[in-house]
Design a protein around this ligand. Structure first.
Ligand code: NAD
Length: 363
């Protein structure tokens, strides 16, 4: 008889401890139907700032995984960008089309308020600046407000600028020149950030290939930027120099990496490597230069931070431009240390947290 072994699911505290999260808050309200989880990963550098995502998760476990993974990413993004922010994120469970109401958002705002500034929220998937206005009615610990309310507005143009800088740095490493003129670049996902990125790439004379979940969006981008639109799954098989993931995460995986013919991967999507420890080294072994996602997509966070500290959009763009130098540094460090760029970037972020943590150890 075959013995079937069942693995016990990890305990709740086991999951929270796995990546040393500081605090996880489960929020529930019967009246509005609010079910939310706030994940605070690390606040050594400052308050945990990260957006709230509204998503119809298949299970509570899936929502918890998402908030733990995303909040950890925010810690590293802030740390490597030199910001005095910690990492946090929130998820509201449910379909935005049916559950989102003013009352639900304001109730969520009260849970954020109760954290007394340890967590600052902002927009993420399925949340808008209008939703932030409702949350602002209950708490001041919210960023990403409209410019008319003194906020920093849409972060996407700044995210695109940083991604462009990171791509140029990776090109310098791979091709010996930062110029993208004549380079064949495949942009996967032509939403907010992807479209702004295409503007930069077109201006520089790149040859563009695009794909999007919505075929009409891909066609519209192709017409506007003189690009070729390809099918959803075909983007991985193109004869391109640079692959730019600007849609969802985990697109660098067992299936796709073997198909890539490019020498550079640089895009704005979060969590591009399905498994960092497996797919990071695999890209290196195939001679592909990978620009770490949380480093080159930090422009949006830098922009939101400008709202928290009261600086300007121009200040945010100037700081975002430094992503070029940081990316080159990370790529050099990875090569010198015989590791992959994502690991090198994570180590740099962890080193900054450790050293600044010591600064704060005394009054
Ligand atoms: P968006 O929703 O405006 O655009 C994403 C686009 O990707 C959409 O057009 C969608 O149809 C498309 N898409 C989805 N699945 C696809 C697939 N399999 N193949 C091709 N296209 C697909 O989102 P955005 O604000 O442009 O963000 C894009 C990515 O960048 C996300 O991963 C987001 O988390 C990340 N990011 C965004 C910002 C920001 O400032 N907006 C900042 C940091 C990171």
């Amino acid at each position: 008889m075959v013995e079937v072994q069942t693995l016990a699911p990890p305990s709740l505290f086991g999951q929270i401890a796995e990546h040393s999260h500081e605090q996880v808050v489960f929020c529930h309200d019967h009246e509005t139907g609010l079910k939310a989880i706030i994940g605070i990963h690390n606040t050594v550098l400052g308050p945990a700032l990260g957006g709230t995502r509204m998503w119809h998760y298949a299970s509570d476990q899936e929502a918890l995984n998402d908030v733990l993974r995303l909040s950890r990413g925010m810690t590293y993004k802030a740390a490597i960008s030199g910001l005095n922010l910690g990492g946090g994120k929130a998820v509201i469970i449910g379909d935005a089309k049916t559950i989102k109401t003013e009352a639900l958002l304001r109730k969520f705002g009260r849970f954020v308020k109760n954290l007394n500034g340890k967590y600052i929220t902002a927009e993420d998937v399925n949340m808008t600046t209008k939703d932030m206005e409702y949350i602002r009615m209950e708490t001041s610990h919210v960023a990403g407000l409209p410019e008319t309310m003194g906020g920093s507005g849409d972060p996407s143009p700044v995210t695109a600028y940083g991604t462009y800088m990171g791509m140029k740095a990776a090109a310098k490493k791979a091709f010996g020149s930062e110029s993208l003129a004549g380079k064949r670049i495949g942009v996967q996902g032509v939403g907010h950030v992807g479209t702004y990125l295409l503007e930069y790439l077109q201006k520089e004379g790149a040859k563009l290939i695009v794909s999007d979940y919505y075929a009409d969006r891909a066609e519209a981008a192709a017409a506007r930027f003189g690009a070729v639109a390809v099918g959803l799954d075909d983007i991985y098989d193109q004869e391109i120099d640079i692959y730019s993931p600007c849609a969802l995460g985990a697109t660098l995986n067992d299936d796709t990496i073997a198909r890539l013919k490019c020498q550079v991967v640089a895009g704005c999507a979060n969590n591009q490597l399905k498994d960092e420890n497996e797919h990071g080294p695999e890209l290196v072994s195939r001679g592909i230069v990978y620009a770490p996602d949380f480093l080159i997509n930090a422009g949006g966070l830098i922009n939101v931070y400008s709202e928290v500290v009261g600086s300007s959009r121009q200040g945010a763009l100037t700081q975002t431009e430094k992503i070029y130098d940081f990316t080159l540094q990370v790529l050099e460090k990875a090569e010198n240390e015989g590791t992959h760029p994502q690991a090198a970037a994570t180590k740099m972020a962890e080193e900054r947290i450790a050293s600044i943590g010591k600064v704060k150890a005394t009054f």
